[in-house]
Design a protein around this ligand. Structure first.
Ligand code: PMP
Length: 358
């Protein structure tokens, strides 16, 4: 069996150990005689898996007791809509930091539910950096400030948590669990699972309890208060995805938790940026203080070599290095499950490619 290094932005690599465990347990889950996919979500077997996953996530992220952990469906995209639905009460204004394509999608969704305000944007600098704290200007009557701590496509990451006196909402899809964060600084943290957590479709949300139930009359499956009241099981939840997320949480604990992951992730990113910066052949346009640890976009000085680079990388077992279709070039997504050896292999490949074609 050969597992390649897969640099896909999502769905992304999962730890091999986790996939092996899932394989081993697939037909007969821990002596139950059935797959975890085949048992009732209301039964003891699954409820135990669910409760353990919530507990492990709470431990890993040190989630305070005044926060609920929700497992949602519909991807992070659905939450672009459900968040303003749940929070824009009484003519309040959704405030947004615009740092790339995902935050633009989030604000576009919110416009359908109420007023929005751009509290800062770096669009006129082509999203090559995150805005500074002193550039953030909230509107009157702000319900919240939403931002994207890591823009997966552009590779722009905030190196600080914005400080505002309204609830802070973070789309952490591509950075959750990559390092420790202080959950108490946030009103809502949410993340599509397919990068650092597990299979796509599942969304993890961490929501401060005082933000539940602000708007009446919502469809129950979109109402965070109702979801919380029903332990994320108003209807049948994505049981296999929750199980797999739970295995990833256990794996993270075995690695030493998010503190240990942060050290490895920082080292992986720094050496890759060093290789890119040290080359005349490759470059990355993002301001150093805003460079993502998770998604590293880069371009070749001679773009006509892009497809040669990608084909030869694939032959060398380095998969899915093409940049997002909207920006082109290359992008290496190096989430938690990308081993450091994968980044080393990519760096060796970058050096060899430059030697051959420069
Ligand atoms: N936000 C961010 C930061 C993302 O990277 C993505 C997906 N790449 C999304 C939202 C959308 O996630 P989903 O496809 O799960 O809706």
């Amino acid at each position: 069996m050969a597992r390649a290094y897969n640099f896909c932005s999502g769905p992304a690599m999962l730890p091999t150990e986790v996939l092996q465990q899932a394989q081993q347990e697939l037909l007969d889950f821990r002596g139950s005689g059935a797959s975890i996919m085949e048992v009732s979500h209301r039964g003891d077997t699954f409820v135990e898996v669910y409760e353990q996953a919530v507990k492990d996530l709470r431990d890993l992220m040190r989630i305070p007791n005044d926060y609920e952990v929700l497992f949602l469906q519909g991807g992070a995209t659905q939450q672009f809509f459900t968040i303003p639905m749940n929070l824009l009460s009484d003519g309040k204004v959704g405030n947004y930091l615009i740092t790339g394509q995902w935050s633009k999608k989030a604000i576009a969704a919110a416009k359908k539910y109420g007023q929005v305000h751009v509290a800062a944007s770096t669009e006129d600098e082509n999203f090559t950096r995150a805005p500074r704290q002193d550039e953030i200007q909230l509107s009157d009557n702000a319900a919240y400030l939403h931002y994207t701590p890591n823009e997966t496509i552009g590779g722009v990451e905030f190196d600080y948590i914005p400080q505002v006196d309204v609830p802070l909402i973070a789309d952490m899809s591509s950075t959750i669990l990559s390092r420790p964060i202080d959950v108490s600084k946030f009103g809502i943290i949410y993340a599509g699972a397919q990068k650092n957590i597990g299979p796509s479709g599942l969304v993890v949300m961490i929501i401060r309890k005082d933000l539940l139930g602000l708007v009446d009359g919502l469809p129950n499956v979109f109402d965070f208060a109702e979801v919380a009241k029903n332990d994320s099981m108003i209807n049948t939840p994505p049981t296999f995805s929750i199980y797999l997320a739970g295995l990833v949480f256990k794996w993270l604990k075995r690695q030493g938790g998010v503190d240990a992951m942060a050290k490895v992730n920082q080292r992986k990113a720094e050496k890759l940026y060093q290789a890119i910066d040290g080359s005349h052949f490759f470059s990355n346009p993002i301001a150093p203080e805003s460079r993502s640890w998770m998604n590293v976009p880069f371009v070749l000085a001679d773009e006509s070599l892009n497809s040669t680079f990608l084909t030869q990388a694939e032959d060398a077992g380095l998969l899915t290095l093409q940049g997002h279709r909207s920006v082109g070039g290359m992008r290496a997504s190096i989430y938690n499950a990308m081993p450091e050896a994968g980044v080393d292999a990519l760096i060796d490949f970058i050096h060899a490619f430059e030697k051959k074609y420069a």
